[in-house]
Design a protein around this ligand. Structure first.
Ligand code: MG
Length: 453
């Protein structure tokens, strides 16, 4: 099965994003609402993260949807996965006003299809075309939509996750949650409390100026969380990005857990319980493949981007494949028993379940994972396509994968080289057994790139 990326103009990998008042205006969001509403019809759920521009923009999207005749349910401030969960069960589509991990001056729109997944490339191209052509028209007075306010629906999402982990698995476990002043202030602490955990929070009050840390949960920004984990004797700390579809962790010693390790740890736990397929992009560390093999499971690779993972998971399941887990090595994990999108609250809950079942410290569990060494690099370069072609012929004697960019395998190491869709940039990821092998492959690739440029 092959999923190919299509370049879009307005929408990126995860929706439209831009600086508010500059690239992202109420007029643009209004036209997205009108175009999306014309395409999808029916009942549309909308929600937003905590950004200061959220109120302006949610009113713009609602206005567009209502004008073309959609009935709109405003779910208020909630994580993107919470809105996706509600759409999957109760609505014909959704629109989330969020800029995810971007700084406070940004905002954006993520469009959600009726199955709860983010809109795929082909539909997005149609939506873009409709926006460019202004191919929609507001209805007359008797055919405009109706608005319902339903901020209480967030409870359905909290209850759905808590129900998956019955019998108080969190009893005796202290967790520090850092929702980063985002919408998970209203969900992750509640989910973990219902699982029996003792929950402390930092940056736990919603605030669109993000006074405590930026929406990207970087090791630098999570120093406060790390300190509180250590001083409170917590089992772990969990932090979300600005719309809580991702979760990253701090171990009991205050150490940041690299996201590929997080992915491999959860994969290992799930592979112990069930046998089947794990779906992840070609950029994810080899750790997951080693873990899967050890447990008699397999890995299917996709282009980089959670939407490709989610859609591949769905289509494999439709073809009868037992897909047990998916996601990316950036804290965006997908649990098919729950829903087909990245879910930070669900990931936090899963970590509690993992610690409860193994009865070992998080750092001990991480130390048992296979050791890999990853190098991430980016270089500015125009003519990315030429560079990729040159690399392909230079390494043509070995194994090459072209799912996304070019992935070059050498012994137990690999290098992934991709061009950026939006900037004159080349991104390089090396995944090797040790530092020396990683550096050698990195040097080799750089040398070959320099020969072309
Ligand atoms: Mg996000």
């Amino acid at each position: 099965m092959e999923v190919k990326k299509i370049q879009k103009q307005l929408f990126g990998t995860n929706g439209v994003r831009g600086i508010v008042g500059k690239d992202l205006t109420p007029e643009l969001v209004l036209s997205i609402g009108e175009a999306f509403g014309t395409m999808s019809k029916g009942r549309i759920a909308v929600g937003r993260d905590t950004r200061t521009s959220g109120e302006t923009l949610i009113n713009a999207i609602k206005s567009g949807l209502l004008a073309v005749g959609c009935d709109v349910t405003d779910c208020g401030i909630l994580p993107t996965p919470a809105l996706q969960y509600l759409v999957k069960d109760q609505f014909d589509g959704g629109a989330m006003i969020t800029a995810s991990h971007n700084p406070p001056e940004y905002n954006g729109v993520k469009i959600i299809e009726s199955d709860g997944t983010e809109m795929g490339d082909e539909e997005t191209l149609k939506l873009e075309q409709r926006i460019f052509d202004r191919s929609y028209s507001p209805n007359s007075w008797e055919h405009v939509g109706k608005e319902t306010i339903a901020h209480h629906l967030i409870e359905d999402y909290i209850a759905a996750i808590a129900k998956l982990f019955p019998d108080n698995p969190g009893k005796g476990i202290t967790v520090v949650v850092d929702p980063g002043s985002g919408p998970a202030c209203a969900t992750t602490p509640q989910i973990l409390t219902r699982m029996g955990c003792r929950v402390l929070t930092i940056n736990g009050i919603m605030d669109g100026t993000f006074p405590g840390r930026l929406p990207e949960p970087s090791p630098e920004g999570l120093k406060g969380l790390a300190a509180l984990v250590v001083s409170s004797g917590a089992a772990f700390g969990v932090a979300h990005d600005g719309d809580a579809d991702r979760a990253v962790f701090i171990d009991e010693n205050g150490q940041f857990v690299e996201e590929n390790q997080e992915f491999a740890l959860v994969a290992d736990h799930i592979c112990h319980q069930k046998k089947g397929v794990i779906v992840t992009p070609v950029s994810t560390s080899q750790m997951v493949e080693i873990v899967a093999k050890k447990n008699n499971c397999t890995v299917t690779y996709t282009p980089v981007g959670s939407i490709y993972v989610a859609r591949t998971m769905r289509s494999l399941i439709e073809k009868g494949s037992p897909v047990i887990f998916g996601g990316e090595g950036n804290g965006g994990l997908i649990f098919p028993d729950h829903q087909f999108c990245r879910d930070g609250g669900m990931t936090a809950a899963m970590m509690v379940a993992i610690l409860a079942s193994h009865r070992q410290k998080l750092s001990t569990l991480l130390a048992q994972l296979p050791k890999r060494h990853m190098i991430k690099d980016k270089i500015s370069a125009t003519g990315g396509v030429t560079i990729l072609k040159a690399l392909k012929s230079a390494y043509s004697h070995g194994i090459i994968d072209e799912t996304d960019g070019i992935k070059i395998f050498q012994g137990n190491s690999w290098a992934l080289v991709r061009t950026s869709g939006t900037e004159p940039l080349i991104r390089i990821i090396i995944d090797a057994e040790d530092n020396a092998q990683g550096k050698a492959l990195h040097n080799d690739i750089m040398e070959k790139i320099q020969n072309v440029t």
